[in-house]
Design a protein around this ligand. Structure first.
Ligand SMILES: Nc1nc2c(ncn2[C@@H]2O[C@H](COP(=O)(O)OP(=O)(O)OP(=O)(O)O)[C@@H](O)[C@H]2O)c(=O)[nH]1
Ligand SMILES: [Zn+2]
Length: 215
């Protein structure tokens, strides 16, 4: 059994500069329980969990899940705590931020890119560019559906930065559609969340979409 809390703390710390506010690690991820469950799965599929190659697999999977779901232990608001006053009231847009998450229906990965834009409000704040990517990490490292991942990012930007608008577009491929079920390799799911000025002003939205699509 693994009880290496230090390593888990380290994983979570990588998400938000060591500022942890989520549930205590031992409550959030029960490594021993995952190990037992994975051993059961191996038996259920007709494997021998004690054979050489599989002996340490339950422990490996437990560690992997702890990392894949580390976002559950992190408060996303922490990511945007460091923000700056700025005169800039124009759009800020970061394109092609890597997204890797786990679909909550099958616990299979989906991956792709996120494009995130916002417009600081008159009394609003700007944030460090890297924080947009960290926000993706925190929300993606949880059991997710792409739609919720998209809107959670947009909502938090509006709330914490007092933004005049936020736009989030995700383009992802879901392994649950590729490896199993319908088996359509390469189908990309595009989701968007528009808030504030991006919702009310077609010109602002068009400008963002042009920036997102410019290659
Ligand atoms: N809306 C949404 N659906 C998703 C996402 N990830 C996976 N899915 C879908 O979730 C659905 C679950 O459907 P169910 O019919 O309950 O499960 P299933 O029998 O495994 O579905 P199939 O994949 O069609 O075989 C599937 O259509 C998946 O393609 C996501 O991020 N957003
Ligand atoms: Zn799925």
């Amino acid at each position: 059994m693994i009880s290496d809390d230090d390593e888990l703390d380290y994983l979570a710390a990588r998400l938000v500069d060591g500022k942890l506010t989520g549930a205590p690690v031992e409550q959030a991820v029960d490594l021993g329980r995952i190990e037992k469950a994975v051993r059961e799965i191996l038996i259920a599929i007709g494997e021998d969990p004690d054979r050489d190659g599989l002996e340490r697999t339950p422990a490996r999977v437990a560690r992997a899940y702890a990392e894949l779901f580390a976002g559950l232990r992190v408060d996303p608001a922490e990511v945007l705590k460091t923000s700056f006053e700025a005169d800039h009231e124009e759009m800020v847009l970061v394109r092609d931020i890597e997204v890797m998450s786990m679909c909550e229906h099958h616990l299979l990965p989906f991956k792709g890119v996120a494009h995130i834009g916002y417009i600081p409000g008159p009394n609003g704040r700007i944030t460090g560019l890297s924080k947009l990517a960290r926000l993706v990490e925190v929300y993606a490292r949880r059991p997710q559906v792409q739609e919720r991942l998209t809107s959670q990012i947009a909502d938090l930007l509006m709330e914490k930065l007092d933004a005049r608008g936020a736009i989030v577009v995700l383009e992802c491929e879901h392994l649950c559609m590729e490896m199993r079920g319908i088996r359509k390799v390469g189908a990309r799911t595009v989701t968007s969340a528009v808030r504030g000025a991006y919702q009310t002003d077609a010109k602002v939205r068009a400008e963002a979409m042009a920036l997102i699509n410019a290659r």
